[in-house]
Design a protein around this ligand. Structure first.
Ligand SMILES: Cc1cc2nc3c(=O)[nH]c(=O)nc-3n(C[C@H](O)[C@H](O)[C@H](O)COP(=O)(O)OP(=O)(O)OC[C@H]3O[C@@H](n4cnc5c(N)ncnc54)[C@H](O)[C@@H]3O)c2cc1C
Length: 385
């Protein structure tokens, strides 16, 4: 029987005491997608001695992106590998002291201290540039296990083997394939072909502005959704301020499923709804520091395993960013799945029990994240999960 264990010492104790019928470390494991979920999985699996290959479609490490809020559970998941890793992320970012909720006049509606949660969790929440997280993970992945320019085309699997074929003509054959290839996962098409990203009703612009001293370090500021807009802003240190601006918008018929709208200009009439502090921060951001995309999640899916293939991270449970659970839940998937592999007698047992135990937790995160998007001041209701 598998128990979900979160502390590495406990796993080692349990492994030592059971120590029967373990899955062989000769097991060949392929991972598709070197985002944070895939990178962390590769580190943990390699650390357990498995034969791991990580395939990424990009030609080089992807260190793009903006700031994110990493909640305590994400740091806790990283500390399972090595406390130095979670400490590095804390050092690279800024610890959140206060969550401050403002209305569109800029007045503080309410604020919550982060101190109690930090004391309870044993880890802070931090705001940090995504690049700093990716780089910290990349430093721990051996280059001989990492294959760039490998865009997955197709997967074949029976109950003992799996073959992954790539656009560059290469293929990989092994015992287990893990899809961590994000929202538009190709591996997911193999596992469950009828799941498409579901539009959340917003276009989101995100950017990194030079710090204008309008947002103090340690404050996570949210402009509560009203009149069809919503925003957040936080200082990620080193003279950088991250902001996100969400605008409710119908998706035109011919843009359904697109990553970004064709017109990526921020509508001035929407920007004008924001108070000066955040509006000026957005206005002073260099164009090259701004990214624009449609916001999507996916509906909870009933299976994440088929034969010797499993999907994890956003590929399995992309969710609305409203609870900032996305990256952390992918890192937790990695920790939990490696626990199941380490403690199971067979790969099939690990896959089956992990799926059964983990899916209800993930579905709950997806449901609550979408519910918040749906209920906080939105002018147009979203489809329910
Ligand atoms: C607007 C917004 C704000 C967010 N804010 C936060 C936040 O504050 N806090 C938080 O925790 N989370 C946040 N998230 C969510 C978070 O970004 C994701 O949950 C997280 O990055 C998922 O990581 P992943 O590794 O599972 O997937 P991804 O990061 O999407 O990585 C997938 C990887 O797979 C590769 N890939 C894709 N297709 C293929 C293929 N065919 N072959 C090979 N490789 C492939 C991609 O190039 C990529 O490197 C936010 C998301 C959005 C959209």
């Amino acid at each position: 029987m598998i128990v979900s264990i979160h502390v590495d010492e406990l796993i080692l104790e349990t492994v030592t005491s059971i120590n029967i019928n373990m899955i062989s470390t000769q097991t060949k494991i392929g991972i598709v997608g070197a985002g944070t979920t895939g990178l962390y999985l590769a580190i943990l699996l390699k650390n357990r001695g498995f034969d791991v290959s990580l395939f990424e479609r990009a030609p080089q490490p992807r260190v793009d992106g903006c700031g994110i809020l990493m909640i305590a559970r994400g740091l806790q998941a990283l500390s399972i590998y090595d406390k130095k890793l979670s400490d590095e992320i804390i050092q690279a970012g800024v610890k959140v002291n206060t969550y401050e909720f403002r209305n569109l006049k800029g007045e503080i509606a309410f604020s919550n201290s982060a101190a109690e949660a930090e004391a309870k969790n044993g880890f802070p929440a931090v705001v940090v540039h995504r690049k700093d997280i990716t780089e910290a993970l990349l430093r721990r992945v051996s280059s001989e296990n990492l294959y760039f320019d490998h865009s997955l085309e197709s997967v074949e699997s029976n109950n003992s083997k799996v073959i992954a074929r790539f656009r560059n003509g290469q293929f990989w054959e092994g015992d287990l394939l893990i899809g961590t290839d994000g929202l538009n996962s190709k591996v997911r098409n193999f596992v469950q072909s009828d799941i498409q990203p579901s539009y959340l009703g917003d276009i989101v612009w995100r950017g990194i502005a030079p710090d204008n001293y309008m947002f103090s370090e340690g404050d996570f500021v949210v402009y509560i959704r009203a009149r069809g807009v919503y925003a957040n802003a936080f200082n990620i240190g080193q003279n950088r301020c991250h902001w996100g601006f969400f605008v409710e918008c119908e998706q035109p018929e011919d843009e359904k499923g697109l990553h970004s709208p064709r017109n990526t200009q921020i509508p001035l009439e929407e920007l004008a709804k924001l108070p000066d502090t955040i509006r000026q921060t957005i206005e002073m951001t260099p164009q090259e520091n701004i990214v624009c995309r449609y916001s999507y999640d996916i509906n909870p899916i009933q299976r994440i395993v088929v034969n010797r293939v499993i999907i994890l991270g956003d590929a399995a449970h992309a969710k609305s960013p409203s609870r900032a659970q996305g990256m952390s839940s992918g890192l937790e998937d990695a920790v939990e799945f490696v626990n199941y592999l380490t403690l199971s007698a067979t790969i099939d047992e690990a896959l089956t029990t992990f799926e059964k135990d983990r899916l209800p937790i993930l579905h709950e995160l997806q449901r609550t994240s979408r519910e918040i998007s749906q209920t906080t001041g939105r002018t147009k209701k979203l489809q329910t999960v």
